[in-house]
Design a protein around this ligand. Sequence first.
Ligand SMILES: Nc1ncnc2c1ncn2[C@@H]1O[C@H](COP(=O)(O)OP(=O)(O)OP(=O)(O)O)[C@@H](O)[C@H]1O
Length: 257
Amino acid sequence: MSTVLETNELARWFGRLVAVDDVTVSIDDDEITSIIGPNGAGKTTFYNLLSGTLQPSSGSVKLRPRDSTELVDVTDDEPHEIARQGLSRAYQINNIFEGLTVLDNVRVARISHDRRTSDLTAITKHDEELTEAAWEVLELTNLEDVADTECANLSHGDARKVEIALALGTEPSIILLDEPTAGMNKSETDRMVDLIRRLDEETDTTFVLTEHDMEVVLGISDRILVLESGSLIADGTPDEVMADERVKEAYLGGEDA
Ligand SMILES: Nc1ncnc2c1ncn2[C@@H]1O[C@H](COP(=O)(O)OP(=O)(O)OP(=O)(O)O)[C@@H](O)[C@H]1O
């Protein structure tokens, strides 16, 4: 077990509102970690701080790049720099080129990972290595059957899987998922949970997710972080967190639970 991401007293203010309030956590590479909390608790802001989309007001973020044993300080780094160091965020759909096939989308992700963005025409060329690497990702994410489907024509469930495939294509040390089962029916949800669990086991990538569906959270998480009004009010196993009085009061008893 080793730490893949660490925040130290990370905070972000919007005027007088504290959206993330001195949060100190370390995420281990052998655990699936969920971040939960009522609406407005600070989950999105926390993600934005980790991925560099927002600058922190104070505190720090450290990240362990893949194939490295050392954490590097990425506080104040640009999003593309943080992504290069190994943090990938699976964005809801909008990262996908709708007019390209699933396979070509993953090839584009690989090209950008290999820092060959000046060579985007490689997408139209015969490049066995690139295609092979993309197929590996499609196999991992159970997307082989829709490899030649244009992304605009995918089911919602498959489109969400493509987001994960694009993130995995960059071989990150950690992937942040935004509500990966949102809008899914029960069987799609079950398949997504199984997929994330399997990817966590079969790859060197650590998964972190935000999720409102408590059944998903309890079914998938090794560890749960609970935010309320920007503060980390609980951090532990599902059993520990479910038994926490403050969590029951602040989150599970509330209307947003
Ligand atoms: N750009 C911004 N400017 C001002 N206030 C903001 C901004 N972004 C977020 N906030 C405020 O920060 C607080 C935390 O918001 P955030 O979106 O991080 O919560 P959340 O836990 O992701 O909520 P949800 O579950 O509804 O997505 C909220 O009070 C929100 O109104």
